[in-house]
Design a protein around this ligand. Structure first.
Ligand code: SF4
Ligand code: SF4
Length: 323
């Protein structure tokens, strides 16, 4: 069971990206990381993406169980936003394309966002000298989409609740609870709420749920984990520490700026997460292999990618399990 990974503090979740709708990349990512020993995958809430992840699990030819989580968000949450270019303002300088970490900006006479690849990191917004790029929330109808995904076989639903709108948070959470009675995850960070309000929100959201039926994804800085530095992961550890000190009956998963330093820093700070979730950094270290058209059949290249992924997983889990 998925809960066993958390009970044993052996959880490692690969975040494919709540906004990553690229079926080819998701299948490749899951194949590589499943082969490397990752048992938990977080994907965008779309049937074709769940299918792609399941194909990746099959490709990996691993007998031990693999678990899938789908991510949904609310207005304002960066994980479900997509960039959009105002062509009237654009001077075709190309700065956005250069900075995009996910190859999500195409150029064919004009610069355009590839919505399937855009993960909502907003790096292009900061880079644009013309203020020509806006971020737009992409909200799905939970009642319509989630039952289809549950039918396909998922193990967890993750609710991205990075918003100051308490009413919206409560209503969407209620909807999810009515649709799904399995393990749920709430993704939160400290960017909008102070520590006190954050803990109050979690207490309220879990009040009607059984103890340890909820995972709290303690986000540092969402989608910031491109660099393997201590500073990048500091917020994730601090947020996990906040939840650990609250002693609430939840599992704690660190995310948002996570890298190879995360669980080591957590250990140094006396923070004991049940799981580590890695997204941007995990994708970055195998990026060259993800771009190879023959990666799933090129045994040598696939093994190289798996070795890189395995090193990240083993280092991270090793720090969580060794006292
Ligand atoms: S920089 Fe980030 S937000 Fe902009 S297009 Fe690329 S992935 Fe999307
Ligand atoms: S950075 Fe802004 S102005 Fe330059 S190409 Fe991109 S959208 Fe256009």
């Amino acid at each position: 069971m998925l809960k066993d990974l958390f009970e044993q503090r052996k959880g490692f979740k690969l975040v494919c990206g709540a906004g990553n709708e690229d079926v080819v990349e998701v299948e490749r990512l899951v194949t590589i990381y499943s082969k490397a020993g990752c048992a938990f995958f977080d994907v965008c809430a779309k049937p074709e993406i769940v299918e792609a992840a399941k194909k990746g699990i099959i490709n990996s030819k691993i007998d031990s169980p693999r678990y899938l989580c789908v991510s949904v968000g609310i207005a304002g949450d960066p994980h479900i936003t997509k960039a959009s270019i105002n062509q009237q303002k654009c001077i075709t300088c190309g700065a956005c394309k250069t900075i995009c970490p996910h190859n999500a900006i195409d150029f064919k006479e004009k610069f355009m966002i590839n919505k399937e690849r855009c993960i909502g990191c907003s790096k292009c917004v900061s880079a644009c000298p013309q203020k020509a790029i806006n971020m737009e929330s992409k909200i799905i109808d939970y009642k319509k989409v989630l039952p289809q995904l549950i039918e396909k076989g998922i193990d967890c639903i993750e609710f991205h609740a990075i918003s100051t709108d308490e009413k919206d948070v409560d209503e969407k959470w209620q909807e999810i609870n009515e649709i799904y009675n399995g393990l749920l995850c709430i993704s939160l960070d400290r960017s909008e709420l102070g520590d006190k309000k954050l803990i109050e929100r979690v207490k309220r959201l879990i009040s009607s749920r059984k103890d340890f039926s909820t995972i709290i994804q303690a986000d540092g800085v969402a989608m910031s984990g491109n660099n393997d530095e201590w500073g990048t992961t500091l917020q994730a550890v601090a947020t996990a520490q906040l939840f650990q000190n609250s002693k609430l009956p939840v599992y704690i998963m660190m995310s948002g700026g996570t890298n190879t330093k995360s669980t080591e820093l957590a250990k140094l700070c006396g923070v004991k997460p049940h799981c580590l979730a890695v997204g941007s950094f995990a994708r970055k270290i195998v990026k060259n292999y993800l771009e190879m058209d023959d990666i799933l059949t090129n045994e040598q290249a696939l093994n190289e990618a798996v070795k890189i992924a395995k090193s990240l997983i083993d280092t991270s889990v090793g720090n969580m399990t060794n006292d």
